[in-house]
Design a protein around this ligand. Structure first.
Ligand SMILES: [Zn+2]
Length: 191
């Protein structure tokens, strides 16, 4: 982070709501704080309705794709990543330009609140269902239907560029089936 450019914004939530602290590096990201706030509030409300506890979270928006890769070890095309109670994202302006800022906030909010026991494929599939990203997936086969859940989890963990999107789609397809059959509470293991 370049010194002097870090700005902190504590987004006020409803009484008793989890706090989201946003740290931006690019001053241009300030324009997107309202959008982050709105997405966070609605995600928090919806996560609580699913019986999940949302902790206080810090969202750090980094200065560039290269810096994101350096700080997280993730490939440049990944939008964001959550470790514990810290979400690291690409520049908010870059996500907004792609039209994915609210979806990304919702996806990562899910990860901050999800039960730790969820296997990776299910956590990613449920995060994409919850965020609304799933609705943007093209229909049809993913080509990964024959993989075991375990192999699918390994595919997601390997973070290979060409493999990742089909693996996310397949995880989402399986998660959707599970929610359809069992409902959210049982799919999450909170009931
Ligand atoms: Zn995820």
């Amino acid at each position: 982070m370049r010194p002097g450019l870090a700005l902190l914004a504590l987004l006020p939530g409803a009484a008793g709501a989890a706090h989201l602290t946003v740290q931006i590096t690019d001053p241009g990201d300030r324009a997107h704080l309202r959008s982050v706030q709105a997405a966070w509030r609605s995600a928090e409300r919806d996560l609580r309705a699913l019986g999940l506890h949302v902790p206080d979270v810090t969202l750090v928006s980094v200065s560039s794709a290269a810096e994101f890769a350096r700080q997280t070890g993730e490939p440049w095309f990944v939008a964001a990543t959550t470790r514990g109670h810290t979400i690291r994202t690409q520049r908010l302006g870059a996500l907004a330009a792609r039209g994915t800022l609210p979806l990304t906030v919702r996806h990562e909010a899910f990860h901050t609140a999800q039960p730790a026991s969820l296997p990776r494929w299910l956590a990613e599939g449920l995060a994409r269902l919850f965020s609304g990203e799933a609705a943007l997936d093209p229909g049809g086969a993913t080509g990964l239907e024959v993989l075991t859940d375990e192999r699918l989890g390994q595919r997601l963990a390997a973070r290979q560029a060409g493999d990742l999107l089909p693996a996310y789609r397949e995880a989402t397809r399986r998660a959707r089936e599970r929610v359809r059959a069992q409902g959210w509470a049982r799919a999450l293991g909170v009931k």
